[in-house]
Each structure stands twice: as structure tokens, then as C-alpha cells.
Design a protein around this ligand. Structure first.
Ligand SMILES: [Zn+2]
Length: 246
């Protein structure tokens, strides 16, 4: 177990690596002035355990705390690792289920192999990078579709956006900044096309109304007459897309 300064991220002050029976596990250590005690949790994005510590906490105290919770840390980390999609799992692409195949052979690209019964997405290239390769491809595809949809609605409404960016926000499907930047979650590519269209229309409508007033929803309705259903889909089924790990 040792402490090391984290150079790349701002908030974790340090990290600690614990040697466990299943190998080393790195834990982010974050100082929080308002914390009254040590708090251990999993970061759902990175899959790494995070310990929040009060300002004056001593290194030995943190080490002891983590050592006492080593079973929890090991279990949670393994659950996270094993929950990423693997060959044979099903992934939705534009709302349709596809079987996932990590081929572990060249070429390093992603393609569809659709026969009558089985829709398959094949990810070529080394299997250890397959999840990342697939995510890059999904992001690129999402970006293309969202750009196309946003341009369409911007033209329909007679507005201009400045640029589009694609991210992986924890709880949001899209946003629109006062500077006219539209930001979308790449996970929309897994949802049915109507849902992606709705989110694009929603954010473009914010270029006219930076709020959720009746006027705003009237613009949305003019673009997406069925928007109530599309919103309902996001509320009921959207969360499952947020938690998929590749
Ligand atoms: Zn909104």
C-alpha cells in the first residue's frame, strides 16, 4: 500500500494502491473540508473506489480504514469489472438488439454482420481494447446522427448552433449552452432513433428559449408532435442505457 500524487485529475488529492488477493486496486483519496468522517464509495464511471476524507485525517487512519474494508473494496471492484459487456452479450443499437462479438482478430474496426435471424456487431482487433474500440465507434456514429438531426431542426426553426460535442454525462442526455454549443450523450445511439431525434430537437429548441416554459414546449411540439411519448421513454428506459459499460 502506498500514496502517490495524482497529476492528471484535480479533485483526487492522492491515490492509494491496495494489494488484494485479486491484484492491486487503486483508490482515489479526496479531501473534503465538510466531511465529518471517512466515506467509502464506488465511482460508477471509473469503477474505482473513492474514499472521502476530512481535512485533518491522518494517512495511517486512512490506511487502516481501507484495510478494514478490503473485502468490500475487492467485491465491488470485481462486480464492476465483470459487469462490462462481453462477447455474446446483447447491445442495443438504434433501439434494436444486436449480439456483440469481440473477434480478437484483425481488422481493428467495428462492423455489422446481419443475417436473417441474428443482428451482430463485430468488433475486430485485440480483445483487451475491444470495449474502447466499440465505444469510439458508437460515439462517432452518435455524433453523425446527432449532427444530422440538429442541423435539420436548426434549419426548420431558423436558428444556428455554434458546435456539437459528444460526451458521457452521468445523468443528462443533452444540454445547450448560452454560447450555442449543443452537447449530447453518446449513449443516445443505443436508444430508438425517435428518441435521439427528440433530444436533438429539445436542445435545438433551447436556442430559442433557454428554459422549459410553455413557449419552449410549443417549439418542441412543432418539431416532435409525439414528444410526450419520447420523453416518457427516456424516463422509463433511459436509465438502463446510462449504466452500460463497454
Ligand atoms: Zn431542456
Amino acid at each position: 500500500m502506498w500514496f502517490s500524487k495524482s497529476k492528471t485529475q484535480k479533485s483526487p488529492v492522492t491515490s492509494i494502491t491496495l494489494n488484494t488477493v485479486t491484484g492491486p486496486i487503486t483508490i482515489d483519496v479526496r479531501k473534503n473540508k465538510r466531511a465529518k468522517k471517512l466515506i467509502l464509495r464506488m465511482d460508477t464511471k471509473s469503477g474505482l473506489p473513492v474514499v472521502t476524507i476530512p481535512d485533518g485525517a491522518k494517512q495511517t487512519q486512512v490506511k487502516e480504514f481501507l484495510t478494514n474494508h478490503i473485502d468490500w473494496i475487492t467485491d465491488q471492484t470485481n462486480i464492476f469489472k465483470n459487469s462490462s459487456l462481453q462477447t455474446g452479450d446483447v447491445i442495443c443499437f438504434e433501439g434494436q438488439e444486436h449480439r456483440l462479438e469481440y473477434s480478437n482478430t484483425p481488422p481493428r474496426k467495428v462492423w455489422f454482420a446481419n443475417d436473417n435471424q441474428d443482428r451482430t456487431i463485430i468488433v475486430g482487433g485485440p480483445i483487451d481494447q475491444a470495449g474502447k474500440r466499440l465505444e469510439r465507434w458508437l460515439r462517432k456514429t452518435a455524433s453523425e446522427k446527432l449532427t444530422c438531426a440538429s442541423s435539420y431542426y436548426a434549419e426548420t426553426l431558423g436558428v444556428n448552433y455554434s458546435r456539437i460535442s459528444i460526451g458521457d454525462m452521468k445523468t443528462r442526455w443533452g444540454s445547450c449552452s448560452s454560447k450555442g454549443t449543443l452537447r449530447f450523450n453518446w449513449r443516445l445511439i443505443m436508444a430508438p432513433p425517435d428518441i435521439l431525434e427528440y433530444v436533438a430537437a429539445h436542445e435545438v429548441c433551447h436556442l430559442l428559449e433557454m428554459n422549459h416554459s410553455d413557449r419552449f414546449w410549443a417549439h418542441v411540439q412543432s418539431c416532435r408532435p409525439e414528444y410526450q411519448k419520447e420523453r416518457a421513454w427516456l424516463r422509463s428506459s433511459g436509465q438502463s442505457l446510462m449504466t452500460i459499460r463497454l
